[in-house]
Structure formats: structure tokens, C-alpha cells
Design a binder for this molecule. Structure first.
Ligand code: KIV
Ligand code: ZN
Length: 512
């Protein structure tokens, strides 16, 4: 294959994905995702929109400093301040990209921007020129391109290429287009834009009609050589084109598309789990490629066929996406060696110290749970990775639960300074009672905004994941924990939040 057969994967999980409701991430979480994306082999990471907030700026800057391999991109409107801010944020990257955008469709021109066509062209060109003053790698996106008059879209694209844009991204911002119509947009641009060969064509689709992946593939068949997408398809409204789906479609049907990507597909599943665990947005069971059922065969006829030849009902091998073939794994008699192999086959690389830590957790869980599934092991690894423990840890808890009366809880916590504190609480259910006791013990009282519990695997003794979203001092926090005991998982999720608040308070005191 030639370089023209390479499709670049531009991941926007940390920008378009993160800005959607329920998907916000802290800076350390963004760094963990960015490092996982680099391992996955994406070509470009869009790390954020630095002008949007100080937090966004810092996160993009941290990714640019710490993540090697992919190009690090930052989004900016066609405004001098936005572009200068984005340029400062990506400055430490070995290879940075400025991504400037401006809406071009009639409806956006009239109602959102109040600008005539000439003004749009002038500002788009100006934005690209400003970006080029900072950076040789400049991408331009005509927002709502799929609803823009084709002749005007071609005019804008031609002018921004003349101004120095090196990538032209065509967004279906509202998820409105359909594959054959979108194909025509790419054919039209390739035919009518002078100098189109100087830029790489890119596609960016939203999933409002469930067509984001199909539309992106249609664009690839018609000359797009960069696909913008997100892990698990998270993003505005119905989401963006799902990275794992578009990558596996291109790989599985390589003969049809005649292109390849640089993605290490065996990292797809672990990366999907990481993003789901960090954002708290669950992957639907039947989700293509990374859903729990994606490679499960329930029907007897299918199972029979599979035993004879897996290809009867399987177009991809689970191992190719980082999923092991068996779902039932280890028990309490399993040794460290078997555990290490299993962790490796799930796509995780742990050093000896990390493996020891996770193995201890595995043994403790195996004492409580008959069968351990892949989901259990992933949860243990993801929970251990990068999670600071302390200053507060849970030592013990007891409680009462009765109909028609408040529940009570007695919680004992240990602080890293040596204090051991026991407090009681009463409330509407065991979790409410436990939370009151934890707040009393730590002296930190916060507003819990959202509380989610879900089973990670199957069976009565399945591990439950609790995610808690809370507010304190005008800031939002998220904590998550996993256990076979929901109350314990809930308390540990709250402690993750409280520990973060206490560490932030300590750092603030050190600075002032
Ligand atoms: O959907 C969209 O149009 C965007 C642009 C900023 C590329 O996200
Ligand atoms: Zn978008």
C-alpha cells in the first residue's frame, strides 16, 4: 500500500467527547486517556479547546508536555485570542496542530453568526493565517459543512487552502447527512476545489441518525484520509463516529476499502473500558466491537457452528480487539502466573509492583466471589491504575436496614496521619446513612449530584461499580469504586472524592 492508502485516526474523545453531558474528566483522567490513546496508536489526539476554560488549557498543555507519539491538536475559533491561547497550550508538543473552525451553512450564517458569505470567507482565511503564524500544521473545519451550499463550501475550502490549511475537515455537525449524499460532497470538493491535492481531507460525523460510522466510511471511499472519532462514540447529543467501529470496519473489510490505519486493534477493548470507567458512561451490552455481547454466542445453532469453525458466525476474532475468547476465568486457587497471563491477554501491561497490588486485590475478591470473569479483572486493574489512595481509607463499617425506619451506619476511617475516626449516621437507606457518617468523620460535607450503580459482570455475587458525582466549593468531582458490596463501593467512591478535595486544599495551603 502507498501513503495514500493510510487513513489517519484523529481522536477527539478529550474534546468533542469530553464536552458532552456526563463525560467530563479531570486533568489526571485526561492524561490517562491520552496515554492510552497513544498506546492504541492513534495519529492525532485532539486534547481540548484551550480558550474554553483555564482547566481545558491546563489539560491540553499537560497532554502536550507528557504524551509522546501522536500529533497533539487543540481547537480554536477563528479569533486571534482563541488561536494564541491554543498555540500556547500545544507549544510543548513535539508535533502540534491548530484546529480552527467557523460555521459555513446558511442557517448558521444567518441565525448564529449574523454574517454574510464574504465575511465568513474573510474570517476563515484570517483564522488560518493567524494559526499558520504559530504552527505549520493547521486544520480548518467548516462547521455544519454537510448543510452548506456546495459551491460556497468549495469556495471556503479553496481559500483556506490558499491561506495555508494543511487538513480540511468536513463535519456533519448535526448528524443529518446520509452516505451517498455525503459521498457527493467529497466528490464535488475533489473536482471543484483548486489546490485540493495540497491538503488532507478529513471527515467528522455525529450520530444523530445512527449513521456516523457509515457516513465516515463513505467519505473514506471518496477520498477522506483522516477520520475524526471518539472512543465508545461518546460526544455531543447522540455522539460521534465510534473509533473502534470505524477502525474495525476498515480492517475487517480491507479488501473493500483498500486502506489501512495505524491502530493497534488489540488495545481497543482496554481503551474502551478505561474511558467507560473514567466517564462513568456504560458501554451498551450490544454495542459493536466492545459491547459485552459483541462476541457472545447464545443460540445453540450458532454455538454448534462456532465449534466446527469460528468463521461461521464470527467476522472478527475477539483477540483482535483485545478481548480474550473465554469469559470465565480464574478462581481463588489460581496462581500469580496464570493471573499475569490473563491480565496480559486482556491487553494490560503492568510492572511487577502494579501486578502485585492487583493480584492482592484479586485474591481478596476471589475469597468473596465464586467465579471471576474478565470484567472483574479489568475492574481490578483499572481501579488500581493511577488511583491515589488516601489520605482517608475505609477500615470497617456496620449498619442496619429496616422498612419504615431510617437506616443507620457506623463507619470507621483511617487517615494517613494516623488518626482513626468512627462516626455514626442515619438516613434514607444504607448508602445515605453511610455518607452522613463519612461526612461527619472527615469534616467535609458535600452535595451529591448524581449517584450510579451498575453490575460489571453477571451472577448474584457480581461486582458492582458505583460512580458518584459531587460538588464542593463550586467545583465538581467524580469518584468511582468497585466491590461485590454496593455499600462498600459507594463509601469508597465518596472517599475518592473527599481525598481529592483534601489533597487540593492541602496544595492550595502550600501555594498561599
Ligand atoms: O461537529 C463539529 O462540527 C465540530 C467541529 C468543531 C469540528 O466538532
Ligand atoms: Zn463535532
Amino acid at each position: 500500500m502507498t501513503s495514500d492508502d493510510r487513513v489517519l485516526i484523529f481522536d477527539t474523545t478529550l474534546r468533542d467527547g469530553e464536552q458532552s453531558p456526563g463525560c467530563s474528566m479531570t486533568q489526571p483522567e485526561k492524561l490517562r486517556v491520552a496515554k492510552a490513546l497513544a498506546e492504541l496508536g492513534v495519529d492525532v489526539i485532539e486534547a481540548g479547546f484551550p480558550a474554553a476554560s483555564r482547566g481545558d488549557f491546563d489539560a491540553v498543555n499537560a497532554v502536550a508536555r507528557e504524551v509522546q507519539g501522536p500529533v497533539i491538536a487543540a481547537l480554536a475559533r477563528c479569533a486571534r485570542e482563541d488561536i494564541d491561547t491554543a498555540a500556547r497550550a500545544i507549544a510543548p508538543a513535539s508535533h502540534g496542530r491548530l484546529h480552527v473552525f467557523l460555521a459555513t451553512s446558511a442557517i448558521h450564517r444567518e441565525f448564529k453568526l449574523g454574517m454574510a458569505r464574504e465575511e465568513i470567507v474573510r474570517r476563515a482565511v484570517q483564522g488560518v493565517q493567524w494559526a499558520r503564524e504559530h504552527c505549520a500544521d493547521v486544520e480548518f473545519s467548516p462547521e455544519d459543512a454537510s448543510r452548506t451550499e456546495l459551491d460556497f463550501l468549495a469556495e471556503v475550502v479553496e481559500k483556506v487552502i490558499e491561506a495555508g490549511a494543511t487538513t480540511i475537515n468536513i463535519p456533519d455537525t448535526v448528524g443529518y447527512t446520509v452516505p451517498d449524499e455525503f459521498a457527493e460532497v467529497f466528490r464535488y470538493l475533489r473536482k471543484h476545489v483548486r489546490g485540493i491535492e495540497k491538503a488532507r481531507l478529513s471527515v467528522h460525523c455525529h450520530d444523530d441518525l445512527g449513521l456516523a460510522v457509515a457516513n465516515s466510511l463513505s467519505a473514506v471511499l471518496n477520498g477522506a484520509r483522516q477520520v475524526e472519532c471518539t472512543i465508545n462514540g461518546i460526544g455531543e447529543r447522540a455522539g460521534n463516529c465510534a473509533l473502534e467501529e470505524v477502525v474495525m470496519a476498515l480492517k475487517t473489510r480491507e479488501a473493500h476499502f483498500g486502506v489501512r490505519t495505524n491502530v493497534n486493534t488489540t488495545r481497543l477493548y482496554p481503551t474502551s473500558r478505561l474511558v467507560s470507567s473514567i466517564t462513568g458512561v456504560a458501554v451498551p451490552r450490544n454495542k459493536a466491537i466492545v459491547g459485552e455481547n459483541a462476541f457472545a454466542h447464545e443460540s445453540g445453532i450458532h454455538q454448534h457452528g462456532m465449534l466446527k469453525n469460528a468463521q461461521t458466525y464470527e467476522i472478527m476474532r475477539p483477540e483482535d480487539v483485545g478481548l480474550s475468547r473465554t469469559t470465565l476465568v480464574l478462581g481463588k486457587h489460581s496462581g500469580r502466573h496464570a493471573f499475569r497471563d490473563r491480565v496480559k491477554s486482556l491487553g494490560f501491561e503492568l510492572d511487577d509492583a502494579e501486578l502485585n497490588r492487583v493480584f492482592e486485590g484479586f485474591k481478596a475478591l476471589a475469597d468473596r466471589k465464586k467465579e471471576l470473569f474478565d470484567g472483574d479483572i479489568e475492574a481490578l486493574v483499572l481501579n488500581a491504575e493511577g488511583h491515589e489512595s488516601g489520605p482517608w481509607t475505609l477500615q470497617a463499617f456496620e449498619g442496619t436496614l429496616a422498612t419504615g425506619a431510617d437506616s443507620t451506619a457506623a463507619i470507621t476511617l483511617k487517615h494517613s496521619d494516623g488518626r482513626e475516626v468512627m462516626m455514626r449516621g442515619a438516613g434514607d437507606g444504607p448508602v445515605d446513612a453511610a455518607y452522613k457518617a463519612v461526612e461527619a468523620a472527615t469534616g467535609i460535607s458535600l452535595q451529591v449530584r448524581k449517584f450510579e450503580v451498575r453490575a460489571l459482570t453477571i451472577g448474584e455475587d457480581a461486582q458492582g461499580e458505583t460512580v458518584v458525582y459531587a460538588e464542593f466549593g463550586g467545583r465538581s468531582y467524580r469518584g468511582a469504586s468497585v466491590s461485590t458490596n454496593i455499600v462498600e463501593a459507594s463509601v469508597n467512591a465518596l472517599l475518592e472524592v473527599i481525598n481529592r478535595i483534601e489533597l487540593a486544599q492541602r496544595n492550595a495551603q502550600r501555594v498561599s
